[in-house]
Design a protein around this ligand. Structure first.
Ligand SMILES: Cc1cc2nc3c(=O)[nH]c(=O)nc-3n(C[C@H](O)[C@H](O)[C@H](O)COP(=O)(O)OP(=O)(O)OC[C@H]3O[C@@H](n4cnc5c(N)ncnc54)[C@H](O)[C@@H]3O)c2cc1C
Length: 262
């Protein structure tokens, strides 16, 4: 069984700072880590590999700048078999749609049975990339997996967390799963594993290695337009909005317009 794990390198902070000119994240001077949800994705993949045995493999993949190699090397020290860095100037400025499109192209090239993503990234926070990859590949996905109930080469039975409890979902393989923290406790890499990972090759994938439409890549292929991003100032000002629901809705829209949110 071939398991591909998508990981994202994110700033090690919960206070994300935005460049007001470009509306992009300020990453300079902020240490980076593997997105915490993705550690659970790696652990899930390693557990599946142990369960399935045989020729099962775990491959980790990230799309990002060259320094994202550090995250991949960390993932290798946890026990992944191979690591791929999808990096190219053509991918810069990708929104979630273009990110999912590009990752799906790479995963199609690598081949897969199960793809595992974190539920969401702690910087972008949209939780769109995993389901987006599944859509581009035309495979089912289960989001928010909190437990494996049963596993075979052709079928999985998993629990997914819902607002009012959980669902038990049967799915065929191939499938994409996004996982939450309740699923497992990520293992700690041993010193020996860290030393081994240091020597392992990080394989690079460029735009020319993958069959992708040029127009759908990077900032040009990103339908999301970020008009304005800002951290709300905490104030004690309050304004009560009165009236019928439609009048209240109009007033809310006006307030948001005044704040340049819409
Ligand atoms: C218009 C626009 C422009 C942007 N420009 C930039 C930019 O210039 N630079 C920049 O860094 N960000 C940029 N972003 C943010 C970037 O699009 C998102 O960070 C990215 O698409 C992932 O979305 P997310 O963080 O919400 O991930 P989520 O959907 O919350 O992530 C869910 C899971 O998907 C997987 N995943 C997500 N991203 C990756 C990845 N890159 N590689 C592998 N797996 C992944 C992980 O498993 C993760 O746990 C931009 C966003 C928009 C809307």
């Amino acid at each position: 069984m071939k398991i591909v794990v998508c990981i994202k390198q994110v700033p090690d902070t919960t206070e994300v700072k935005i460049n007001p000119q470009t509306n992009t994240l300020i990453r300079d001077g902020v240490p980076s880590i593997i997105n915490p949800f993705d550690l659970h994705a790696i652990e899930a993949a390693l557990t599946l590999r142990e369960h399935m045995g045989g020729n099962s493999t775990v491959e980790v993949l990230t799309m990002g700048p060259p320094q994202a190699e550090i995250a991949l090397r960390d993932a290798l020290s946890y026990g992944a078999d191979d690591a791929y860095l999808l990096t190219d100037r053509a991918f810069a400025g990708s929104d979630t749609w273009a990110t999912a499109y590009t990752l799906s192209g790479a995963i199609r090239k690598l081949g897969f049975d199960i793809i595992i993503c974190g539920k969401q990234a702690i910087d972008g926070d949209t939780a769109q990339v995993g389901p987006g990859i599944a859509e581009f590949l035309g495979i089912p996905h289960v989001a928010g997996v909190s437990r494996f109930e049963s596993i075979s080469a052709t079928e999985l039975r998993v629990r997914r967390l819902m607002d009012d409890g959980y669902d038990v979902v049967f799915t065929s393989v191939p499938v994409l799963l996004t996982v939450i923290k309740e699923l497992n406790t990520p293992r700690m890499p041993s010193l020996k594993a860290k030393l081994r990972a240091k020597k392992m090759e990080i394989k690079r994938l460029l735009r020319t290695d993958i069959v992708l439409e040029e127009k759908d890549l990077g900032v040009n292929g990103s339908p999301t337009q970020v008009k304005n991003i800002f951290a709300p100032q905490l104030t004690k000002d309050r304004r009560m909005i009165e009236g019928a629901p439609n009048e209240q809705a109009e007033q809310v829209v006006q307030v948001l317009k005044d704040l340049r949110c819409v």
